[in-house]
Design a binder for this molecule. Structure first.
Ligand code: FES
Length: 140
């Protein structure tokens, strides 16, 4: 006999695999199948009245945030974080918070409120057509 029983070899092999299995990636997860881009064409976001004057609304599926800065004036921004491209999924008032590393942005103007991001959110063309908000390249 070699001195190492099959049972012991099994235990050693299992122990060797544990660290490898524990090294899961800690990259951002979005739950959207890896789609991490703002619209590349105009997208219909629904009723314009859903965004109150002075308010903001986050459209997580489309990766767009819209703010209604006046009765008939809307601003739209990509909600893809400019730090490492995580889709932002949290909006409180007009403050967007990226869950990946904590960057914060102002949904009314796209400006960075808290680092690590240093680049403002990308502004998107936006218009209201037939009572619906349409945002994305080519919308305006
Ligand atoms: S990807 Fe948003 S803070 Fe890092």
């Amino acid at each position: 006999m070699s001195g190492t029983s099959p049972a012991r070899r099994t235990v050693l092999r299992a122990a060797a695999l544990v660290p490898a299995a524990g090294l899961g990636l800690t990259a951002c997860t979005s739950g959207d199948g890896g789609n991490r881009s703002a619209p590349t064409k105009p997208v219909d976001l629904g009723a314009a009245d859903e965004v109150p004057v002075g308010g903001s609304k986050l459209y997580t599926d489309e990766h767009v945030v819209v703010s209604r800065v006046a009765d008939d004036e809307y601003k739209a921004f990509s909600s893809i974080c400019t730090h490492a491209q995580c889709p932002i999924e949290k909006l409180q008032g007009s403050r967007l918070t990226c869950q990946c590393h904590g960057s914060q942005f102002d949904a009314r103007n796209g400006k960075v409120l808290r680092e690590p991001a240093v680049t403002p959110l990308e502004e998107l063309p936006v218009k209201v057509a037939g009572g619906k908000i349409v945002a994305g390249p080519g919308a305006a």
